[in-house]
Every structure is written in C-alpha cells, then in structure tokens.
Design a binder for this molecule. Structure first.
Ligand code: ATP
Ligand code: MG
Length: 356
C-alpha cells in the first residue's frame, strides 16, 4: 500500500487566492498540483516515476495517470494468445477489474506511438457490442491494453463447456455480434479481420462483445506488411486466403463459420480421416477450392440454414451485409421470446472464480 503510506505523509497546502483554480484543471475536470490529483473519484498522489517514465507515451493527463501500470494489481493470468498473455487485474484505487492484454513487440518509438494512437480509437467506441479499450501503455517492448473485463470469457470457452449452442441462444449471440459489426462496418468503416470464437467475449449479464478490433490490422500496418497475419486461418474468407482484394464481407464469412461451429459442435471443415483434422494446407485448399460448408437441413430450422448460407458464400458479393443480416428471419424468429443469454452463461463455470 505504497500510495496509502504516501497519503499519510501528505500535507495539504492549498492557497486558492494566489492561484486561479482553472490553471490546474485538466480536460477531464481533475485538479492537479504537482503530485496531487483531485477529481470526482477522490484525492490521490501520483508517484514521481509514473509521471516522468520515458515509456509512458500518453500525455500527462490525470485520467491517463490513473491507469499507470503500478495502479493495477494482477489477480490471475486468464488467457494466452499468439501475441502475449491476458491477465485479470484490479485497479488498486477504484477496485474495478480489467483485462490487461500484453502484446510483445520490438519496434521503434515513432511506430509504437502511432499504434497507441490508433488503439485509442477503441476508447471512443460508442457501441455496447465492442469491448472498450480504456487505456494503453508501452513498457520494455510490450504494448499493454487495459480492456473491459468480460467475466464469462469467450465464445470458445462457452462452446468448450456446452459443446453445442441451441438456435434460440445462437440467435441472441448473433444479433449482438451483428450489432457490433454494423457499427464497425457501417459507422466506422473498418474491417475487423479476425472474427473467431476467442474474439467474441461474454459477460454474466449475457452481453456479447467483439474484441481485438483493429489490433491485428494495426500491427500488420505498422510492420509495413499489410497482410501479415498472426493467428488462425480457420475463419479466414477464401478471397483473403487467395490474396485477392477483400472488404467487410470477409468478416461475414468468419461470422457464419463461428455460428455454424457453435451449432454443430465442431469446426465445420473436417477431414474424412479418423482424427477429423485437416492439415494447414488441406484446410486452405478446402476453403478456397471446395464448396462451402452448410447447416444440415435435417437438424436445423430453415431460417438457421438460410442464415448460414447467407454468410458462408464463396463469392463475397453473394453474402449479405451485417445490416441486412440483422433483419434476417433467423434473428427475427426469437425476438419476441425474451431469450436470456445470462441464464445460459450463468449455468457454466466462469473462467476465473473470484471467490477462490
Ligand atoms: P490469438 O492471439 O491467436 O488471436 P486469442 O484471441 O485467444 O488468440 P488473446 O486475444 O490474447 O488471444 O486472448 C486470449 C484469451 O484471453 C481469450 O481467449 C479470452 O479467453 C481471454 N480474454 C481476452 N480479452 C479478454 C477480456 N477483455 N476479458 C476477459 N477475457 C479476455
Ligand atoms: Mg483475441
């Protein structure tokens, strides 16, 4: 409790007559004077190093300093991706939980400033179906993102436990993801590029949100290799694999595969061999050269089969847009039934048990 000790030693010397208050007000409405910060969340001291650190690429605004690494205590590692680890952290002052995602990168300062700048866009997200990125900082070759914590993990975690998700719940998941995609595609004019089960996160309220938006694109752009891709090719649309131009519709292909996988309980491209897995090249070949997978009509409703077919079309022009899919009969079918995804996720073991 370093900060608490410092607070005890603190002597307040406020002389308002001599100093106009607005001189010390930041844009966020925080009163600052040297190491002292006072805003609606309370009074606090900022350590010398967090203000002057060469590695803190953020402007010295009080809102930003509140998210310095020293303010976040690690509770547990909650995930591991190709770029680094994700930790559950707690803000020492606010008591709130966040997911801290570290992305390892060895790059020049100018490039990393650009990355942080671009990642800041996420902060301004106006969509309840996109995971908020509250802050980002750079230290020792690692870009850390302070993300909204989604306490029920990803759709990949959910599928692992339930094996298959029934159509009414899938419609609710899908509607939320589509709302996130409508926001990205139609309002922000960006392609996500990495829609897959581990990038669709769920919380106890039954909310589904898209994460890792822009991260792969930003990293690829910053390396000067637009189409460098780190991660899985499983959900990548055929036009991307074959290297032709692609657009928003490539996200729709990925969404279709994710939803179909959640319904049938396994990745839709399988081998006829006993293990059922395709090698890397067999998979790419199947996606580009074989007819696309579809939902078996004897097991699923006509609306579901039609929805999957509207997403998984090899010709991107044949796929519906996110906006069109939002009013598809499969999404509309369960709208009046008041399906609560919180009940489904509530019945599962959470990825992190805070009571332990
Ligand atoms: P890849 O790096 O190949 O894209 P990935 O998406 O699984 O794979 P990460 O994005 O690093 O890798 O995430 C790792 C795991 O951490 C996720 O699968 C998810 O379970 C968990 N996770 C990520 N972000 C959050 C978050 N904001 N809240 C809760 N859990 C998260
Ligand atoms: Mg991810």
């Amino acid at each position: 409790m370093r900060a608490a000790k410092q607070l005890k030693q603190l002597k307040l010397d406020v002389t308002p007559q001599e100093a106009p208050v607005d001189k010390f007000l930041t844009a966020s409405g925080t009163f600052t004077d040297g190491d002292l910060r006072l805003n609606q969340r309370g009074l606090r001291l900022i350590s010398e190093e967090s203000q002057t650190s060469q590695d803190n690429v953020q402007p010295p605004d009080a809102e930003d300093v509140e998210f310095s690494r020293e303010d976040l205590e690690t509770i547990k590692v909650i995930g591991k991706g190709s770029g680094g680890i994700v930790q559950l952290v707690r803000h020492k002052w606010l008591g709130t939980f966040y997911a801290l995602k570290g992305i390892q990168m060895c790059i020049q300062e100018t490039v990393r400033k650009q990355i942080v700048q671009e990642l800041k866009i996420n902060k301004a997200s106006q969509c309840p179906h996109i995971v908020v990125c509250y802050h980002s900082f750079y230290h020792n070759g690692v870009i850390s993102l302070v993300l909204e914590y989604m306490d029920r993990g990803s759709l990949a975690d959910v599928i692992k436990q339930v094996k298959t998700i029934l159509e009414p719940y899938l419609a609710v998941v899908c509607k939320q993801v589509l709302k996130g995609l409508v926001y990205l595609h139609h309002e922000r004019h960006v392609i996500h590029r990495d829609i897959k089960p581990s990038n669709l996160l769920v919380n106890h309220k039954g909310e589904v949100k898209i994460t890792d938006f822009g991260v792969s694109a930003v990293l690829a752009n910053s390396m000067g290799q637009r189409d460098t891709f780190v991660g899985t090719y499983n959900y990548m649309a055929p036009e991307r694999i074959s290297g032709t131009s692609y657009d928003y519709k490539s996200d729709i292909w990925s969404l279709g595969l994710v939803i179909l996988e959640s319904a049938i309980g396994h990745f839709p491209y399988t081998s006829t061999e006993p293990e059922g897995y395709l090698s890397f090249y067999e998979l790419l070949e199947a996606i580009v050269d074989q007819p696309p997978p579809s939902a078996p009509s004897d097991q699923f409703s006509p609306e579901f089969c039609s929805f999957i077919s509207a997403c998984i079309q090899k010709d991107p022009k044949q796929r519906l847009s996110s906006l069109e899919l939002l009013s598809h009969p499969f999404i509309k079918k369960f709208e009046d039934e008041d399906i609560d995804l919180a009940i489904l996720v509530g019945s599962l073991d959470p990825p992190v048990n805070l009571a332990e």
